[in-house]
Design a protein around this ligand. Structure first.
Ligand code: MN
Length: 272
């Protein structure tokens, strides 16, 4: 019974199939964990969701920013981003069932054996893992509700960038979504920053820190597994901070992390 973790698929179905074949994935006993951004920029978003839906009993995923945006596009709240290749999925006769499966998924999952957590982006500086689980549940309860579409327009925008107990309920929800699905860097006074995408070694603004460098003691006992940040290429300088988006959709590679063995495997992208 193995737990395999894979980073952002971005609709790269062939890469997923190669990864599962490489580890001899057995859906009757193994679990596939995904860091979100399941679809969007790659060419096989429809095949990816078809497969995950069919194998949902052995799949655990969190939602990424692209998955949330897809809910808006599919409900005609937002226009399709020209960089996305979602048309076949949006035209699928089974679109509703894929939407309904996606909106059941959380933003944060606890790892087996109390070993830590997984989210698409990260853990914001003022939170502990249990706060992330709590706010993931709050967001999930909104997305599960019948009238979830009414909420979608209000999840956009960068504010609030700083956590405070006195924030309104809606602002807390917005903060949770941004922190858990979009954050990469934080400022010295723990404000979230969403514009910088480079790797830490290429930072120009030295007042920014990767989220996992903020209140680092939080990650001494617990792992945090995440995606979203392809420019890291898996490098975090901390064995408990496990970055799995290694840019497969951009021609780099897919990383498969096996939790129990603490082992990493790579699937290089097929050069076009
Ligand atoms: Mn992302």
């Amino acid at each position: 019974m193995a737990h395999y973790f894979i980073g952002d698929l971005q609709g790269c179905f062939d890469g997923l199939q190669q990864a599962l074949a490489k580890v001899d994935f057995n859906s009757s006993k193994d679990t596939l964990w995904l860091t979100g951004d399941l679809i969007a920029r790659g060419e096989q978003s429809l095949q990816t969701l078809e497969f995950l839906y069919k194998n949902q009993d052995s799949v655990k995923t969190v939602l990424g920013n692209h998955d949330l945006h897809f809910l808006s596009v599919a409900n005609k709240i937002k226009k399709e981003n020209p960089k996305d290749l979602l048309t076949p999925l949006l035209k699928s006769p089974k679109l509703t069932r894929y939407i309904d499966w996606l909106r059941l998924q959380p933003l944060v999952l606890a790892l087996p054996d109390n070993s830590g957590f997984m989210s698409h982006a990260g853990l914001p500086p003022d939170w502990q893992g249990k706060d992330a689980i709590y706010w993931s549940q709050q967001v999930q309860s909104i997305l599960i509700a019948k009238n979830y579409v009414d909420f979608l327009p209000s999840m956009y925008g960068k504010k609030p960038t700083k956590w405070h107990e006195k924030l309104s309920e809606l602002d807390k929800i917005k903060y949770a979504i941004n922190a858990l699905t979009r954050m990469r860097y934080c400022s010295l006074d723990n404000e979230l920053e969403f514009d910088t995408k480079c790797a830490p070694q290429d930072l120009i603004d030295k007042s920014l820190k990767p989220w996992f460098e903020c209140n680092k003691q939080r990650f001494k006992q617990h792992k945090w597994i995440f995606g979203h940040w392809a420019s890291l290429m898996g490098k975090t300088e901390n064995k408990n901070i496990i970055a799995l988006d290694t840019g497969y959709v951009w021609g780099q590679y897919l990383t498969i992390y096996e939790l129990n063995k603490n082992n990493y495997l790579k699937i290089p992208a097929i050069k076009k």
